[in-house]
Write a protein that binds this ligand. Structure first.
Ligand SMILES: [Zn+2]
Length: 155
């Protein structure tokens, strides 16, 4: 047997002996296996957390978009509410009615249910803008239907 082959046989024999007989070496191999397993578990946990994180980031993005849409709707509704409130106030001034209930609520804090048209002073400018042209149209229709001249409106 050549020296090289003798050395190779000796090394193989020693390694086999270490693996099989030496409890410290066995323990070391077991610990290495445990560490490898733990490392694999940790990698799996990290992989799952990354997936969860990605899904949550997507959900946050969707919620941000939904919130932006709701804010836009809120602004539109507030603008619409402001417009309707202003129009209601102008019409009640044009007719001299209660702007809260138009005389339909007996417990109204403004008119106690007496605020029908003419309940308070009529605002001429609003009357001319919102009501007069409608009355003129009614008179013209009446004239056409009955052959009567339209009555002049004095306010
Ligand atoms: Zn009222």
């Amino acid at each position: 047997m050549s020296k090289r082959n003798q050395l190779k046989a000796l090394r193989g024999g020693l390694l086999t002996q270490f693996k099989i007989d030496d409890p410290n070496i066995k323990k070391l191999f077991e610990q290495l296996n445990i560490k490898t397993n733990k490392s694999d578990e940790q990698k799996e946990i990290i992989r799952r957390l990354r997936i969860q994180n990605k899904k949550q980031i997507e959900q946050v993005g969707l919620l941000k978009e939904r919130l932006r849409t709701l804010k836009e709707e809120k602004i539109k509704m507030l603008n619409s509410y402001t417009h309707i409130k202003k129009l209601n106030s102008s019409l009640s001034e044009a007719l001299g009615s209660c702007h809260e209930c138009w005389g339909e609520n007996s417990s109204c804090h403004v008119c106690k249910g007496k605020g029908i048209s003419g309940w308070r002073k009529v605002n001429r400018r609003f009357f001319n803008v919102y009501v007069l042209s409608g009355i003129e149209k009614l008179n013209m229709d009446e004239e056409r239907n009955n052959g009567i001249l339209p009555r002049k409106i004095n306010i």
